[in-house]
Design a protein around this ligand. Structure first.
Ligand SMILES: *Cc1c(COP(=O)(O)O)cnc(C)c1O
Length: 409
């Protein structure tokens, strides 16, 4: 038997032990959808998450949504009402954010390898470009001169530190992201001299960290770095995007980030910030922390079999929709995501089973030797923390399977 991650505490079942999402039975939602697998996102949970963040963080820090975590259009439209800005990482995401009703002035566009047409579209729309290199800044300035429009440029800084304990490190050493801190002052001076609208710094040191102290320490380093750079430049950054990094508990032994601690530490840091940052605004950009927990992936058992004494529940879902849960999206050792039998939610576990997908590859494993209530053909299996890096971060076309449907409830 192998443990699985903690099921988010907000999920409950009806008296028949059927899991509910947004107050509705998962089996009924699956029937209404007409087919499985499907993703279900709870809009009330999204709203509650943002409110929880706002209660923990000082009011002068803006909340941005890093939409690569989940670009489902109805979810974006919902997020547009509850966050202060969107961070996008491609021209496609920028178009989706604008279509969701987010004003261009509240969108920033980061990411390496922006193409000319993406730079042009951003400048024409009035979106802030977080430039990732001196070359990209040059291209953006040339395009803005051509268009006769002032570009809004922030500089993404590759900090000399990373976020301790983060699942994905985005700073510290040679990185394709951002401009090495030592080269930033000269670049900002060039941007200012060219007459662009310099928007400030974007400093993102890592992702998926659960340690509140480590996150707070990184924010302190980020603030100090922003102040040093600003002093060198001799100009205050209008905005310091402090990055994000707040993780979610996917695996056994993980626990949620103590965001009140992070928020309190950030409030202290802001109160004591160097003079040069007095007039600056601050933002955090969060992806998974805002949306992961609000989503579930629902798949149906199509076969139940035994091999060498082990029970396999074979589902109609798989890594083509939930690559991360299969352990093939940036994890070194495969561990089990939180998982449940939808119709026996909260019931005592009765047997050890492996839940697999329908793809003809041994990689397609959704739950490895997990202890669950008994389930049979036709029953629904649910994977949690599916609201981020699920549908859009999985190879839906693999084996000709096609995408899962998605619903915001
Ligand atoms: C991916 C990314 C994020 C979001 O990361 P999460 O771990 O989902 O919060 C934020 N900012 C940048 C620059 C990113 O690349």
């Amino acid at each position: 038997m192998k443990a699985f991650g903690p099921i988010p505490a907000d999920f409950v079942a009806d008296p028949q032990q059927m899991l509910l999402i947004g107050g509705q039975r998962v089996d009924i939602l699956a029937d209404q959808a007409g087919d499985t697998p499907l993703f279900l996102y709870d809009s009330a949970m999204l709203t509650a998450r943002a409110a929880e963040w706002r209660a923990a963080f000082p009011p002068e820090v803006q909340l941005h949504y890093a939409m690569k975590a989940n670009p489902f259009a109805p979810l974006l439209a919902h997020m547009a009402f509850i966050v202060d800005g969107f961070d996008v990482a491609s021209g496609g995401e920028m178009a989706a954010a604008l279509a969701a009703g987010v004003a261009a002035e509240h969108i920033s566009f980061a990411g390496p390898g922006k193409r000319e047409r993406e730079l042009e579209a951003a400048i024409a729309a009035g979106v802030t470009l977080n430039v990732e290199s001196a070359g990209e800044a040059e291209r953006a300035l040339a395009i803005s001169a051509n268009l006769g429009m002032q570009a809004k440029l922030a500089v993404r800084v590759n900090p000399g530190f990373d976020l301790k304990g983060s699942g994905m490190k985005m700073g510290g050493g040679a990185k394709p992201f951002g401009v090495d801190a030592a080269m930033v002052p000269d670049l900002v001076r060039e941007i200012l001299a060219a007459g662009a609208d310099w928007r400030g710094f974007h400093i993102f040191a890592g992702s998926q960290a659960l340690g509140a102290e480590a996150i707070a320490d990184t924010q302190a380093q980020t603030m100090a770095l922003a102040a040093d750079l600003a002093s060198d430049i001799g100009e205050a950054p209008p905005l310091v995007n402090l990055g994000g990094g707040l993780g979610v508990p996917y695996f056994s032994g993980d626990s949620a980030v103590d965001i009140r601690l992070v928020g309190a530490r950030l409030a202290d840091q802001l109160a004591a910030r160097p003079r040069i940052l007095r007039g600056s605004r601050f933002a955090m950009e969060l992806g998974r922390w805002l949306v992961a927990e609000a989503g579930i992936y629902v798949t149906r058992i199509v076969d139940r079999k035994t091999s060498h004494g082990d029970i396999f529940l074979v589902t109609d879902g798989g890594l083509h929709h939930q690559l991360a849960a299969s352990g093939n999206f940036g994890t070194v050792i495969r561990r089990n995501y939180p998982i449940a039998v939808a119709g026996k939610f909260g019931a005592e576990p009765q047997e050890v089973v492996s839940v697999v997908g329908c793809l003809c590859t041994p990689l397609d494993r959704l739950g490895d030797q997990v202890h669950l209530p008994t389930a049979d053909v036709g029953d629904l299996i649910v994977l949690f923390q599916a609201g981020a890096y699920g549908a859009s971060a999985s190879p839906a076309q693999f084996l000709g399977q096609g995408a899962a449907s998605e619903y915001l409830v």
